[in-house]
Design a protein around this ligand. Structure first.
Ligand SMILES: [Zn+2]
Length: 157
């Protein structure tokens, strides 16, 4: 078994929604990002890559590459899932925490779990989505941006 952790942040900017765990969530702002700025999926990809010591998401999907402009981050998850399979590993479980004051994550958590489980080819029970605030402290507390943490365990198939 191997463990991996990931962390991602995007600043809020103009817009009317954010992508979280592959789900479009209505919000008074969007996020500044080269891709769709999905912190949940970016943290998850980094955790999976970390578990296999394969570097990070920036190495595999560099923001300098025009082909990732506006990219659907689910394509990153599917690509990383394929790397996992290639190396003989499957996901044991993933535990993800979204950190923000808004938007509310709870009402969308189940849909996010379904998307992630489908893209990784695992049972929904293997995917946990939690949310917290920072009690109005720091950049997330000031509603300047959104963050996510992911921890995964992978095991030899
Ligand atoms: Zn990101």
């Amino acid at each position: 078994m191997r463990i991996g952790q990931g962390f991602d942040v995007h600043a809020f900017g103009e817009g009317d929604h954010v992508m979280l765990g592959g789900v479009r969530v209505a919000h008074s702002q969007g996020v500044l990002a080269h891709s769709d700025g999905d912190v949940v999926l970016h943290a998850l990809c980094d955790a999976l890559l970390g578990a296999l010591a394969l570097g990070d998401i920036g190495k595999h999907f560099p923001p300098s590459d025009e082909k990732w402009r506006g990219a659907d981050s689910r394509s990153f998850v599917r690509a990383v899932a394929a790397m996992l399979v290639e190396r003989g590993y499957t996901l044991g479980n993933a535990d993800i925490t979204v950190i923000c004051e808004a938007p509310k994550v709870g009402p969308h958590a189940q849909a996010m779990r379904e998307v992630i489980a489908a893209d990784l080819g695992v049972d929904i029970d293997a995917i946990s989505i939690k949310a917290t605030t920072t009690e109005t402290l720091g950049f997330t507390g000031r509603r300047e941006g959104i963050a996510a943490l992911a921890t995964v365990l992978v095991q030899r198939s």
